[in-house]
Design a protein around this ligand. Sequence first.
Ligand SMILES: *Cc1c(COP(=O)(O)O)cnc(C)c1O
Length: 818
Amino acid sequence: MNIPSSETLTPAPRTSDPEQLATEILERLKYRIGKDPKVAKPHDWLTAAILVARDRVTDNWMDSTKRTYAEGRKRVYYLSLEFLIGRLMRDTMTNIGIMDSMRIALASLGVDIDVIAELEPDAALGNGGLGRLAACFMESMATVDVPAYGYGIRYVHGLFRQQMSDGWQVELPENWLAHGNPWEFERRESSYEIGFGGSVDTVDVGDEAIRYVWKPAERVIATAYDTPVAGWRGQRVNTLRLWTAAPIDPILLDAFNAGDHIGALRESNKAESLARVLYPADATPAGQELRLRQEFFFSSASLQDILRRHLQQFPDFTSLPDAVAIQLNDTHPAVAVAELIRLLMDVHGLDIEQAWSIARATFSYTNHTLLPEALESWPVPLFERLLPRHMQIVYAINAMILMEARRQKTHTDQQIRSISLIDEGGERRVRMGNLAFVGSHSINGVSALHTELMKETVFADLHRLYPDRINNKTNGITPRRWLMQCNPGLLSLIREAIGDKFMDDTEALKDLETFATDSSFQEKFAAVKRQNKVRLAKLVRERMGVRIDPSSMFDIQTKRIHEYKRQLLNIIEAISLYDQMRSRPELDWVPRVKVFSGKAAPSYHNAKLIIKLANDVARVINNDPAVRGLLKVVFVPNYNVSLAEVIIPAADLSEQISTAGMEASGTGNMKFGLNGALTIGTLDGANVEMRDHVGADNIMIFGMTAEEVAKVRADTYNPRAIIEGSKELQQALSAIASGVFSPGDTGRFADLVDGLYSHDWFMVAADFDAYAKAQREVDALWTDQPAWYNKTILNTARMGWFSSDRTIRQYAREIWRA
Ligand SMILES: *Cc1c(COP(=O)(O)O)cnc(C)c1O
């Protein structure tokens, strides 16, 4: 047969001049969407434009895959239950360099690219920082030329949409796939069976060896959907592969024919529930069976896919650790450790020692939290019922680990118990953090402080047993989305000042330092900030009907609502400021707008109460003529990536005020700093390293250190005494408790206020005075605008190190060896 080579079939590279693009858009519109331009709706234009961009990305995607093979490159697999992607159109078009031509092409067809860009739904397949990190990493891995696949779940419903009803959070289902998803390719051929439950048989295979055969009671099919992820300049395109679940028998015909129409769909509903919704809790484990099913489902599908791909290129699995690195994003995919061993032993015939050593050389694990209550564990009976073979493997690994620990004779019985994969205190549970730790050759924290605390707290005993495994990889953010796209005004200004080098090497932003004291540059920097504030003010007016003045200081705290992040501290300080402005109107107060945005986990009572308090305080303050022009408070609903892209560039002041020792890293802090906000924050997470980079004079640090928090907690912390000793704090709390913000309902915020008096676990009272003092210093600085802009310009100039390109290079060099 005479098959033409793929070379002769490959068309000449497409130009990206606007005329060519316009022609292609019309083609897609007609032949792929079936619409005439005369009747096409904005959504149709969006889909057509994305399809054109996707085709161009696809060319580079195939080249990247070929190059990976040809160069024998190691592949990195990033397993994450969350990818908080946001929109992809601007990102992709910018990265492959067709954004300007696309704008012209669409304009020539009478379509405004900014209008259709707003129609693209956010892919919100994540809760907060952890999921956004995974998304930034995908873009950076492509940018720094690491051959990588992201693996996750294609949730039909991403993170809920947040609406306000009388100031309370209401959760509505999110429906990002309603208009289809033009970015993805369905891969029917990449399908795998995933089992649950059932029993384990043993088969004698001679030589006194036995083989285990898991006979699952239930099976579902995992099918892949691929989204290409283009790096900056488009040279490498990697794959985000998300799994969807389908039943083996879509309909039970016997049941259907017997008239049981609902029962006939039982299997189908059960399978599809696996990929239906993202669990909406941030930093607390969901604990339900469906969650464990989701974790195993995507881990197993991903590993089967990885092993299949490996065998296409290599004769066996001894080479797996050289060809493959698998990163576990938190413990959510930790069951993959047991699943890889099962596949290698039961399906591919390796013995347990071989399988175990291959697994450990292949896996690495990123820890994201120290909160003991946030560490995942599963009741042994549930784990055993759902994954009987994996339970055996966990016991087998545990026996090996505990033997090793005993042999070293350095651990007490108590320490041995803390190393065990099984928590024996009370209800027996499988500890996923310990499983991930022992199954990995590298365990990393996400900031320098967090990594040190990991060694001292959660993993102290495992760290003593394996002292060379824990390492730090401080998080980063992609400067493409979080500077170049979200802040076009600042982008132009920087290019004008220092050229384009920083676009390929973010640390070259340092060249801006010399402009920090240049008054004409300061004015231009301030003008860009003002434009961004006008843009946010417009959004706030349109969405909420509240007017905010762009000449006020925009003081912003946006992130998940959580007690440890201490939005409550910020709200109480706002109340106190309000009180002082009213009682001393003769003083020259700095006009402020306090902006909040963020979602609370639907079952998190206190977090939802904090949202209600912010809204109630906002209503009172915003309607009080005594502080008109001086103070406004707004809570912008439905925080997500696209909203963050509007809010962050408009910030003058960035609130990063978590209880020290509790925020593993934070990445919101980095986004604000990069976009020229001054940070007010505690010495927590990556704030510590931000201070080191931008300089202690250019960041407003206050409050207790992690060490002090631990010490005060261990001693007898008496929040009541502190509150009673702080006039401002006491007045603010009495105002809340007496119903100033909840007329006729004085008990509304009792859970919050009483909590502060009785235990104040998050040290709001202990840090209040220091925080209020730091805020007044911020005010003083604001009144000296040249000094203010000097500092904020230095923030932008010195935040380049926090690019996720740097983070990924460190992972690649030190963990993946890719
Ligand atoms: C960056 C980001 C986060 C993380 O913010 P932190 O302040 O680090 O908690 C959460 N949600 C969205 C939408 C983000 O873009």
